[in-house]
Design a binder for this molecule. Structure first.
Ligand SMILES: C[S@@+](CC[C@H](N)C(=O)[O-])C[C@H]1O[C@@H](n2cnc3c(N)ncnc32)[C@H](O)[C@@H]1O
Length: 317
């Protein structure tokens, strides 16, 4: 009764009536995730259906483990079948859940991916009749953004694939803002496998999680000392700090480093650390209008470094 897709080492069960597009345009989660995050820890696929996206990321080695949920018992049964078939019980878990309501608080994720229902309807009947396509009054989205925070690890990201035929970034702006989330970037991709110009990715983060700012033309980042402390759980005395962004520590040798954190945001470290920044290739330094640094993946130098990208102006407030 199931059809199967063999994706690298994983054989994924699916059926026509439960496939929500993950097996086609959902494949673009692989390059986007690789580009933005590299390898990540635990991934959650919300509204998972057959779980294409999560299984692709796992098969590609882009995460350590995956958690799935869906409201449809048939989808959950199918996911359990794929897990058993591939012997993935120790790395993959599944919840039957309306939104996040039946997922235990102990579940924590580094990356949340989803290709949720893309179309608005006033009617709840429409939603029940077409769980794959219809989100009545954006209720599924609104509940998700209202409740997801308790499941997010420090520095976690949310990557939703939406559809311009049903929504735009503005559609979700108010519910994101209300719940203290921001769109870091909105991304379109046109893969050879599936030329589809309606889908877009929204890369979302909790406001104030990690260290990230939008750089203006002057490349000066005014920030309150209290904000630095809140975002990074460390304190920096007021003053000007040069910030270097790169991912090749060698090229920055000789730079006096004042602060560094490990990649769990925990133990402080001294000495050079490898820096990973979304979109910056190894061995290069690039300017970017948006810089996102998770805790532990950056450092701040003092002002002896001239070849830096930006000045962090820590102000007393
Ligand atoms: C567009 S499909 C995506 C399925 C799969 N990710 C894919 O790309 O093939 C949307 C999925 O959301 C699920 N869904 C709809 N409402 C839900 C809710 N309230 N809570 C959890 N899942 C829901 C549906 O059952 C369906 O599997």
């Amino acid at each position: 009764m199931y059809q199967y897709e063999q994706y690298r080492d994983i054989r994924i069960a699916w059926t026509d009536d439960l496939d929500g597009g993950g097996g086609s345009f959902g494949r673009s989660f692989v390059p986007v995730t690789r580009h933005l995050f590299g390898k990540t820890g635990r991934v959650f696929e919300f509204c998972a259906g057959p779980g294409f996206i999560g299984f692709y990321l796992l098969a590609e080695g882009l995460c350590d483990s995956v958690c799935f949920s869906d409201i449809n018992p048939k989808a959950v049964e199918m996911l359990e079948h794929t897990i058993k078939l591939n012997g993935l019980e120790s790395r993959v878990s599944v919840y039957l859940s309306d939104g996040l309501s039946d997922i235990p608080d102990s579940e924590k994720w580094d990356l949340v991916v989803s290709n949720p229902p893309h179309f608005f309807s006033e009617s709840h009947e429409d939603h029940l009749n077409d769980l794959r396509r219809v989100d009545s009054q954006w209720h599924v989205h609104a509940e998700f953004y209202a409740n997801i925070r308790r499941h997010l690890n420090i520095g976690a990201s949310i990557l939703f694939q939406e559809n311009y035929l049903g929504s735009s970034e503005n559609t979700f702006a108010e519910m994101l803002d209300r719940n203290n989330f921001v769109i870091v970037n909105s991304i379109m991709i046109d893969t050879q496998r599936h030329r589809d110009n309606n889908k877009f990715f929204m890369w979302i983060k909790e406001r104030g999680d990690g260290l990230w700012w939008m750089l203006d033309d002057t490349r000066i980042l005014p920030v309150a000392a209290t904000d630095v402390a809140r975002r990074n759980r460390i304190s920096l005395p007021p003053g000007k700090y040069q910030i270097a962004f790169a991912n090749d520590t060698d090229r920055l040798s000789g730079v006096f480093m004042t602060k560094a954190w490990d990649d769990k945001g925990a133990g402080r470290m001294e000495g050079p650390v490898q820096i990973r920044i979304a979109g910056i290739k190894p061995g290069t330094r690039e300017k970017s209008s948006c810089v996102l640094l998770n805790p532990g993946l950056y450092f701040i130098t003092d002002d002896r470094m001239t070849d830096s990208f930006a000045t962090l102006d820590v102000q007393e407030k």
